[in-house]
Write a protein that binds this ligand. Structure first.
Ligand SMILES: *[C@@H]1O[C@H](CO)[C@@H](O)[C@H](O)[C@H]1NC(C)=O
Ligand SMILES: *[C@@H]1O[C@H](CO)[C@@H](O)[C@H](O)[C@H]1NC(C)=O
Ligand SMILES: *[C@@H]1O[C@H](CO)[C@@H](O)[C@H](O)[C@H]1NC(C)=O
Ligand SMILES: CC(=O)N[C@H]1CO[C@H](CO)[C@@H](O)[C@@H]1O
Length: 402
């Protein structure tokens, strides 16, 4: 009798624990904060900033799992930042289209939609972020004006950890589509980023001061770099990304600021470049201060007609203020770089172009199984290298570099 009683108590305790687990854990559905309930109107004309912020604030303050819900329809949204920290995991679920303003008085800010100081954030839902860039691109004068005013980045993540972005489409961003700064453990997957090839500074994903960033299954067609990684980018994995049109996947430019800059632990794998300007590129300013880019692997990459499939450019200096381009004086050390299993067609004769620094040559550069051809006038594809220390393995076409 006593034994059964003890057993009963144990079973009851166990059940009670299970209920507690369910309450605290992930098995309960999230609490929904529908922007329409907070006054948002999906007519494409009403500014919904206040309603979105109200929904965010309440969701963010909720201690369990919360979901800001944007249903089908077109929601006009002005420049806004969603700020944490939040009390629990939070998702931002977009079913419909969020549309940016076209009023030029609203353009000159660096963020359209920002998420800041948040952990355990998920942005998803299959919806669209429409940056309405067509209205803003004519105002971009950065090619001729060093002090050009910023145009808004569509999605900006600052100090966001343990978070992910998935199943979304960003179109016609005014400036970059996605900017990642000071983030950690952040995954972007199944995302499409689209803007015309001649849209100015519409980078796909720009990363700085962040680590453990994973970008997978992403299609990027845009007017600037598909992905760019600048100082402080560390442990970045890029897998199954297609780029084109666009300026390629770039590391740098490094060495312009007055601090020691570094980039390390970059893997770019199973990617294709289709009609892009560049394929994979590392660029550093010249002249520059001491900085370092190391431990980078570019592997299993298909090139379909990029102009410059494989590039290291240590004389990067697009503006007219630069010194003569004769010899690179870049003090950025590039080392431990592997280019492996890269094949396809280059749309210019120089398929492999490694121009390292005259003061700090590139070290431990490995070329493995490269097969790039050129079908235009002037003969076969060639490679061009200077100040590169490294080795080659497997079959190399064009050969002759290392
Ligand atoms: C993100 O991680 C960094 C470093 O691990 C930490 O300093 C920061 O407080 C975290 N931010 C949030 C919003 O959790
Ligand atoms: C990102 O992906 C990696 C590997 O798939 C996984 O271990 C990690 O938990 C993911 N992070 C987030 C925040 O989803
Ligand atoms: C390089 O690719 C071409 C097709 O683009 C192919 O015909 C050739 O056999 C390949 N060469 C090597 C060494 O793999
Ligand atoms: C972007 C890219 O080239 N992705 C390829 C990754 O590998 C799989 C399997 O080989 C291909 O189907 C993808 O096209």
């Amino acid at each position: 009798m006593a034994k059964k009683c003890v057993l009963d108590i144990l079973v009851t305790l166990l059940l009670f624990n299970c209920i507690l687990l369910a309450v605290n854990g992930h098995s309960l559905p999230p609490k929904i904060f529908d922007v329409v309930k907070y006054g948002a109107v999906s007519d494409g004309k009403t500014d919904n900033t206040k309603a979105f912020l109200k929904a965010w604030d309440e969701a963010c303050g909720y201690s369990g799992r919360s979901r800001v819900f944007i249903p089908n329809g077109i929601f006009l949204l002005d420049s806004v930042s969603f700020v944490g920290p939040c009390s629990g995991p939070i998702s931002f679920l977009v079913k419909g289209t969020i549309r940016a303003p076209t009023d030029s008085r609203r353009f000159f800010t660096d963020t359209w939609i920002g998420f800041r100081y948040v952990s355990r954030l998920t942005v998803k839902g299959g919806g669209i972020f429409d940056g309405q860039g067509q209205a803003a691109w004519p105002f971009n004068d950065c090619k001729t004006n060093d002090q050009c005013k910023p145009l808004p980045t569509t999605l900006r993540f600052d100090f966001v950890n343990n978070s992910r972005v998935l199943n979304l489409h960003s179109i016609n961003s005014k400036s970059s589509h996605v900017n990642i700064f000071a983030c950690g453990n952040f995954n972007i997957t199944n995302v499409r980023l689209t803007a015309p090839s001649d849209s100015p500074n519409t980078d796909g994903i720009h990363i700085g001061s962040s680590s453990q960033i994973k970008i997978t299954h992403v299609r990027i067609s845009t007017g600037d770099d598909c992905i760019s990684m600048v100082s402080g980018s560390q442990n970045i994995e890029i897998y199954d990304v297609s780029c084109g049109p666009g300026h390629g996947i770039s590391i740098g430019s490094l060495g312009r600021s007055h601090e020691h800059e570094y980039v390390k632990g970059i893997t770019v794998r199973n990617c294709s470049f289709i009609g892009s300007d560049n394929g994979v590129r590392i660029k550093t300013w010249s002249p520059s201060l001491y900085s370092e880019a190391s431990d980078m692997t570019f592997q299993d990459i298909f090139m379909q007609n990029p102009k410059n499939p494989i590039v290291i450019d240590q004389q990067y200096c697009p503006s007219s203020h630069c010194l003569m381009k004769s010899e690179s004086r870049s003090a950025v050390q590039i080392k431990d770089v592997t280019f492996s299993n890269i094949w396809g067609i280059s749309s210019t004769k120089v398929a492999l172009d490694l121009q390292c620094s005259g003061t700090l040559p590139c070290r431990n550069v490995k070329l493995i199984d490269i097969n790039l051809s050129y079908n235009g006038p002037g003969g076969q594809a060639i490679s061009q290298c200077s100040n590169v220390i490294g080795s080659s393995h497997g079959k190399l076409v064009p050969s002759g570099c290392l």
